[in-house]
Design a protein around this ligand. Sequence first.
Ligand code: LMR
Length: 334
Amino acid sequence: MKFRTIAIGLTAAAFSLAAFAQQPIVIKFSHVVAVDTPKGHAAEYFKKLAEERTKGRVKVEVYPNSQLYKDKEEMEALQLGAVQMLAPSLAKFAPLGVKEFEAFDLPYIFDNYTELHKVTQGPIGAALLKKLEPKGIIGLAYWDNGFKVMSANKPLRMPADFKGLKMRIQSSKVLDSQMRALGAIPQVMAFSEVYQALQTGVVDGTENPPSNLYTQKMHEVQKYVTVSDHGYLGYAVIVNKKFWDGLPADIRTTLEGAMKDATKVADDEAKKDNDAALEAVKKSGKSQVITLTAEEKTAWKKALLKVHQEQADRIGKDLIQSIYKETGFDPAKL
Ligand code: LMR
């Protein structure tokens, strides 16, 4: 009788061990934008590849639209291990103690995606990701979004048009300096709060790639959108180092492969998503889309170049010079 009880107990224990062994590894991936954006699509695609290729041993739970955390909280949640994966904008890394990422915010530093990729897909990009490791974070990839437009309830054609406007920015000192160089008053605000702040007049205007502007309906509360392409906004996909290092090696390798393939698809689609969003803004008739003339664009460039000098000490002169070298940017030619 006693033997039978022990045998039953052992069988039950074996069952629960087996059940435990089959529990998938869960990756909570939090982000702040809509699903129908470059980052939203890339996150969904990574989830699909990761789950398929690990045959369900990994489950990726994507939480879009600040559903789980807003900008600042998601960074804290990653460090605490409450979520495992994020893809914050490169403008949001300074609070982690890596202000070098703000080099990506410098006005007009990239003319197009080809120049950007020389940095994100080359040695400079890799060295920047390495700087995250002492902070307990691993940088897995860069994901593209796109070049920013400016919006307000008045037409923004020349730098003088910004005078006194309250402009929402991400938490980047370079963006603060950029808005001040235009004569505007920068206001740092979480992404999830921007629509309402524009609607109620807490801020007068903002900047973002068209995909973010459109999917948050910001164009419905902004009368004018200027296609200025004055700066770039993109992401680094990051994971909690302790979590990543603790994964079984075969799983980690599979996930790295899934990330590589998701990144390629994401980067191929980012421009298309932004072009489509800009077209949709035009079609909506809610906002007038302004294209700058060559002279107007030159005036923006001249007004904004000083941001590069002002921020050089903070970001690192050598880093800025190495980016110039990679992309062929020549401040003297503006
Ligand atoms: C913003 O805050 O404007 C962006 O960083 C949002 C995003 O993640 O694209």
